[in-house]
Design a protein around this ligand. Structure first.
Ligand code: SF4
Length: 512
């Protein structure tokens, strides 16, 4: 083997063994090594871009699922789109399992690797072959290929794939867990890459029209996944202003990307689509944050959208007058009484909190795994002026601490938050399955939350009864039914901690 120093000052043998060692790293450890390796392998530009688009802080990385699940799901939902993953088998197994658990009725392609194909560059050749084999225009418009952690850290150069094969578009993206904080933001990575590609196609000449034909009215493109009825409701809100609802990004079909650009303005319903917003802004489209939730949110949003689309003040007022009394009526007809903490990783946490507050709930805390961006500023100001504490990039510990501190009547949160709340006999609801899966916009949203929230709060007595029933069956190491109840040995753990600390100290003194 050639053992001359390489550009990073290391020999090829050193680089090869470093690349080979990456195969053993994962999101459970080795984040810094993966970051360093990716930078050395030529991925600095993309990692710097992600760091800018998806800023960290105050917490480094929220605890959530593998980020690649976000982009995988977006690709799997699109018509005539094939998805291929390149990564460690365990990661691909987990991602494939989860995507089928959530109803992907489509195969996920996989290009496996081993230490040899990783270090020799053969993996990229294998990916290239796989893409060529799959690129059949009879079946596909697009192939999305995703580098997971290890191939990204090894610098597998997806950007060198052909942009198109036999008329099939090829989109290569890097979605490493050490560079993308949440699965929500990975949806933006793929959507942004596809929008960029589509914008280039628009510049080249005529493109496909929307499947249902082009509406005569100027449209508003919606950014962010939402309950299927929400775009329909938003369409009705826009009617009095002479506007119609356009596509929802992430899209379900490639041609919707063209229609998404062909709009009067873009509504960033979810505030974390930074790369997608960049593409819309470079095409000269105005972007408006927040969403039509509750009375105040709908009034402000209609006004902002109307102004962005050049609608007259009279028409904006007409749209507001047509809907606001109905929203007020729906809110007062279905009040919510009780203290509620909200936490989640979907990006709609602040919108849900607004709706709860307008319904009469006391919401002291909102935690979101997503970052602070200007697109949620209106919601943040509205909530903060009502005394709600907002925690961006919230960690699980923060969310749990909020539940312990505020002792709510209901905790809305991610799985581990809900689990903790239930342990404390606090009624709780999963944000993703039970809150995100309901209409939130306009008058439909005003009443939809009340039913599920009030019935959950009403379950408090059942939680108390369950706690009473299970009282005495033990906790932690004693949980369960035993003939001889296990005795905890905290002294063992203390001993191991002391041994580990001594070993770390010894290693440190040897190294210096
Ligand atoms: S690809 Fe996902 S599951 Fe695999 S190591 Fe990276 S973050 Fe973890």
């Amino acid at each position: 083997m050639n053992d001359k120093p390489m550009t990073d000052g290391k020999t090829s043998a050193e680089n090869t063994s470093a690349t080979s060692a990456l195969a053993g790293l994962s999101c459970h450890g080795g984040k810094e090594e993966l970051q360093k390796a990716a930078a050395a392998a030529g991925k600095s530009e993309i990692l710097n871009r992600y760091a800018e688009d998806y800023p960290l802080g105050p917490h480094d990385q929220p605890q959530s699922m593998c980020p690649a699940f976000g982009s995988l799901r977006v690709g799997l939902r699109m018509r005539r789109t094939a998805t291929i993953l390149s990564g460690s088998a365990c990661c691909v197994y987990g991602l494939t399992f989860t995507s089928h658990f959530y109803g992907a009725r489509r195969s996920v392609g996989y290009v496996p690797f081993n230490s040899e194909t990783l270090v020799t560059g053969k993996l990229f050749e294998d990916i290239r072959d796989a893409v060529f084999k799959l690129a059949d225009p009879e079946h596909y418009d697009t192939i999305v290929i995703t580098n997971l952690c290890v191939p990204t850290a090894s610098g597998v150069p997806l950007q060198l794939l052909p942009k198109e094969i036999n008329g099939v578009r090829i989109i290569g993206i890097d979605v490493p867990g050490f560079g993308v904080p949440t699965h929500a933001e990975a949806k933006d990575i793929l959507s942004g890459a596809m929008l960029k590609y589509a914008a280039n196609e628009i510049r080249q000449g005529p493109v496909a029209a929307p499947r249902a034909g082009k509406t005569k009215l100027p449209t508003i493109t919606l950014l962010g996944e939402m309950f299927p009825a929400d775009p329909v409701v938003i369409g009705r809100l826009l009617e009095p202003m002479g506007l119609a609802v356009g596509p929802v990004v992430p899209v379900r079909e490639w041609r919707e990307l063209f229609a998404a650009f062909d709009c009067a303005a873009v509504a960033a319903i979810h505030p974390f689509y930074t790369a997608s917003i960049r593409e819309f802004e470079s095409a000269g489209r105005k972007v408006v944050g927040s969403a039509p939730v509750g009375h105040d949110g709908t009034a402000e949003w209609l006004s902002a959208i109307g102004q962005a689309a050049g609608v007259s003040a009279e028409k904006i007022a007409a749209a507001q007058n047509a809907i606001l009394p109905a929203i007020r009526g729906a809110l007062s007809a279905k009040p919510i009484k009780g203290r509620i903490t909200v936490s989640g990783y979907e990006g709609s946490e602040l919108l849900v909190a607004r709706l709860l507050v307008e319904s009469g709930a006391d919401v002291p805390y909102v935690g979101t795994a997503c970052p602070k961006t200007q697109w949620s500023d209106a919601d943040r100001h509205w909530l903060e002026s009502r005394g709600v504490a907002i925690n961006y990039r919230a960690s699980l510990e923060d969310d749990v601490a909020a539940v312990l501190h505020f002792k709510p009547d209901l905790a809305i949160g991610t799985t581990p938050v809900v689990q903790k709340a239930k342990e404390l006999s606090i009624p709780s609801l999963y944000f993703t399955n039970l809150i995100s899966a309901r209409p939130l916009m306009g008058p439909a949203g005003a009443g939809s939350l009340a039913e599920v929230i009030n019935s959950a709060i009403g379950n408090k007595a059942r939680f108390d009864k369950m706690s009473e029933f299970f009282d005495g069956v033990g906790r932690g190491p004693n949980a369960g039914v035993w003939e001889d109840v296990p005795r905890d040995h905290p002294e063992f753990r203390a001993k191991y901690q002391a041994m580990l600390a001594a070993r770390a100290k010894a290693e440190e003194s040897t190294a210096t």
